[in-house]
Design a protein around this ligand. Structure first.
Ligand SMILES: [Zn+2]
Length: 143
């Protein structure tokens, strides 16, 4: 563990695939910012990044900074057997977070750090970030 309480970088953990559509999200994470696409036609947030708005089918959007705050919508505790790259993290908690900006349509999945205490549905969480291989990915902390 580092002084900040996050695990050291892991060399062999799989990372999400970065493509043209998601690059702005990953670039923001590398800067310690959480962002999401927002449709400029109807105003709805959309995540994960995609070419068209699921509400109005518009291709138009902008990237908006988010507060990084949300609430636990669901969670699981992952136990072995796991993929080998995740074994050293086990048991860990994976969350679905409903973000404050739009708890219905804007939900993200990530790991809770630290894995104790167990969260309750509705607990407030705050985003953090960890570097895995060559990518910075969001994680979540209670509070
Ligand atoms: Zn729209």
């Amino acid at each position: 563990m580092t002084a900040a309480g996050t695990p050291p970088p892991v060399a062999d953990r799989p990372v999400p695939r970065r493509d043209e559509g998601s690059a702005p999200f990953w670039e923001a994470c590398a800067q310690g910012r959480l962002v999401a696409q927002r449709c400029t036609a109807c105003g709805r947030f959309r995540f994960p990044p995609r070419p068209t708005c699921p509400a109005c089918r518009s291709f138009e959007h902008r990237w908006e900074d988010l507060s990084g705050r949300g609430r636990v919508w669901s969670w699981i505790r992952a136990h072995p057997p796991l993929l080998p790259a995740f074994a050293e993290l086990a048991p860990y908690i994976a969350l679905v977070v409903a973000l404050d900006e739009d708890p219905i349509h804007l939900r993200m999945i990530g790991r809770l750090e630290p894995a104790c205490p167990e969260p309750a549905i509705g607990d407030p969480v705050q985003v953090g970030f960890e570097r895995v291989v060559d990518q910075v990915i969001p994680l979540w902390r209670l509070g």
